[in-house]
Design a protein around this ligand. Structure first.
Ligand code: NZQ
Ligand code: ZN
Length: 380
């Protein structure tokens, strides 16, 4: 196990009716800018609950943070937040609203343009934020990351700052999710876990079993959440799996990969494909191309997560990769680039972009432009 420092300061407030606790979680006398997406919260009662809980707080609303939040939109929120004098930001929505609000919170404390912060990749001076989550997927509610797009240049880059002070997770807020968002949320959570797990074996028994537990939970609940998104206990398990998948708890002392995510972000930037949908395609390619490097872990994953114990090593690895692809297909997601009409032009552009920034992703730092091409060719 590698040395590590772990600290996660986000207070998690979980369960039915918990949005009503907002008034106690917010600092007394705070001037709040509440940020929203495109309006789903008005159709599921979340907006009304937030408004009721904010009675007595000075606040302004910013609407319109889109999926894959764009700096072009977020600049407007920064201006509104500064003009209002907000000293607390409350993000109400999915990962995009939360990610966008993280950049707003940093840019409100920065003199220059918000995109400069994204290019720097980190900014530590921020307006504090809290969140009310409506879509289990990204883990943004309990981590310090954000991924920000710039539409004019078709770029999508990660940015880091502070964790939310608190996040409210009411599974009932997820009941209105469309089936495709649920599928993408499951795929995203699954790939978060494997990006921290499918590296080399023998680093930490505890991390391995936590990761395997989340993967097994996702596989077990996927058919249920896809057919009935109003079953409280199943959605609760989904929600907690997503949060635990990317809040640092399964990354202590172990290598991490993230090559699939970095390739996936490029596919979103170039084709506007939903984040989870990009991962369902790329991950199979990553496993096929890096099967030797990940050999021992793929075997462990096959046995413990899918119960693949019969046959020689090569056939067990083949079976584990096939089961993974079948799982994503069972969610109703594409697992090949051709299904989304993505071809050589995009592969060449992603290779070019990786080379231009001298990318070296993955647990061995060997996913550069040429390797990204191989991975994409393996999921054609
Ligand atoms: O905008 P509204 O109207 O709210 O609708 C949203 C949006 O259209 C809708 N939605 C959300 N909750 C709903 C709902 N519809 C009905 N009922 C509900 N309860 O769902 C649509 C998608 O929302 P979005 O926030 O974009 O989805 P998600 O949470 O998957 O976030 C995706 C973004 O997060 C980034 C992705 O790259 C992408 O930009 N990620 C952030 C990470 C992080 N901060 O750590 C890590 C991830 O790997 C990921 O990269
Ligand atoms: Zn993700």
């Amino acid at each position: 196990m590698k040395n590590f420092v772990f600290q996660n300061p986000t207070k998690l407030v979980f369960g039915r009716g918990q949005i009503a606790r907002l008034g106690k979680l917010l600092p007394a006398g705070a001037r709040i800018m509440v940020t929203f997406g495109g309006g789903s919260v008005k159709r599921n009662g979340v907006y009304d609950q937030v408004k009721a809980a904010l009675a007595g707080f000075e606040h302004t609303e910013f609407w319109g943070i889109e999926p894959n939040p764009a700096v072009e939109t977020l600049r407007k929120a920064v201006a509104q937040g500064k003009e209002f004098g907000a000293d607390f930001l409350l993000a109400v929505g999915g990962g995009s609203v939360i990610d966008g609000t993280k950049l707003i919170s940093a840019a409100m404390c920065y003199e220059g343009d918000a995109w400069e912060l994204v290019q720097k990749g980190y900014y530590g001076t921020t307006v504090p934020i809290g969140t009310v989550l409506t879509l289990p997927a990204t883990g943004s509610e309990m981590n310090s990351g954000a991924v920000i797009s710039r539409y004019e240049t078709h770029e999508k880059l990660p940015f880091y700052s502070h964790h939310p002070r608190f996040s409210i997770l009411d599974p009932e807020a997820t009941f209105t999710l469309p089936r495709r968002q649920i599928a993408c949320g499951i795929a995203d959570t699954f790939v978060h876990v494997v990006e921290q797990y499918m590296t080399s074996a023998g680093q930490s028994r505890v991390m391995d079993r936590w990761a395997e537990g989340i993967l097994q939970t996702l596989i077990e609940i996927a058919p249920k959440v896809l057919t009935d998104s109003t079953d409280y206990d199943t959605m609760a398990d989904f929600m907690l799996s997503a949060t635990m998948g990317l809040n640092g708890f399964i990354a202590m002392g172990v290598n991490e990969d993230w090559a699939t995510h970095m390739i996936g972000h490029e596919l979103t930037a170039l084709h506007s494909l939903t984040h989870g949908a990009t991962l369902a395609i790329v991950y199979n390619g990553t496993l096929r191309v890096l099967r030797e490097q990940k050999r021992s872990k793929i075997l462990q994953y096959g046995e413990r997560v899918w119960g693949i114990c019969e046959g020689d090593e090569e056939s067990r690895i083949d079976a584990a990769i096939a089961r993974t692809e079948e799982f994503f297909s069972s969610l109703g997601l594409s697992t090949r680039l051709s299904q989304e009409n993505i071809g050589e032009e995009s592969i060449a552009e992603i290779e070019r972009r990786f080379n231009a920034c001298d990318a070296h992703y993955g647990e061995c730092g060997n996913v550069d432009g040429a390797m990204a091409r191989k991975i994409l060719e393996a999921c054609k």
